[in-house]
Design a protein around this ligand. Structure first.
Ligand SMILES: N[C@@H](CCC(=O)N[C@@H](CS)C(=O)NCC(=O)O)C(=O)O
Length: 208
């Protein structure tokens, strides 16, 4: 059994989607980051960077923070959603790192300035709005000749998709990104994605 510590954000939803896809038994614990619960001493023991998501796997005794590491761990544990052939294996990890280093952090900043603090910094809105558009364009291009990011469905898709689900907040025109839009809908139709997206609370997937 796995304990999942999460909140209703893209980084948290990546892990609940993966747990649903991998059919792993898990128990959800909500860490309300709006109420500073991420700073509770017991939570800091498993997530010293005071951020969700984190997991404790009681089968192995391993606890982990950082969603990229958690996805890699779960894929390795189950042997699922990480291609075995070297080319696609490393491509999936390459794009997982791309998400962790760019598509997540930059879109997080875009959400912060464009959605939650409009009018506070024209510079930041332009900078992160442009970077968000650029990154969506990169992903659209990657998806032009493959169904999923690394060919077959993998943890790279599970990492990127919940961030793309914030497209409206980031002022993204999905109609200008036909490959990404097709991928987005393919994932949105998966029952495990729908279930994982509604953890820890019911949430509706925004469909372009
Ligand atoms: N690189 C981390 C980022 C996690 C992260 O930014 N979590 C946010 C919610 S999406 C959080 O817990 N923020 C609380 C805080 O910063 O105090 C990961 O991918 O797991």
């Amino acid at each position: 059994m796995i304990d999942l510590y999460t909140f209703g954000t893209p980084n948290g939803k990546k892990i609940s989607i993966a747990l649903e896809e991998m059919e792993l038994e898990y128990k959800t614990h909500t860490i309300n980051i709006m109420k500073d619960e991420q700073f509770a001493p017991d939570f800091l023991k498993i997530s010293p960077n005071n951020k969700i998501p984190a997991i404790v796997d009681h089968e192995t005794g391993i606890s982990l923070m950082e969603s990229g590491a958690i996805l890699f761990y779960l894929a390795t544990k189950t042997g699922k959603f990480l291609p075995k052939d070297p080319h696609h294996h490393w491509q999936a990890l390459e794009w997982l790192m791309w998400q962790m280093g760019g598509f997540g952090p930059m879109l997080g900043q875009a959400n912060h300035f464009l959605k939650f603090n409009p009018g506070k910094s024209e510079y930041a809105e332009t900078r992160y709005g442009n970077e968000a558009k650029r990154l969506y364009g990169v992903l659209d291009k990657q998806l032009a000749d493959r169904e999923f990011i690394a060919g077959t469905y993998s943890i790279a898709d599970m990492a990127a998709w919940p961030w793309a689900a914030r497209w409206e907040w980031q002022g993204i025109d999905m109609d200008a990104l036909p490959n990404l839009k097709r991928w987005y809908h393919t994932m949105a139709a998966r029952p495990a994605v729908q279930k994982g997206y509604s953890v820890p609370t019911e949430a509706e997937i925004p469909l372009p």
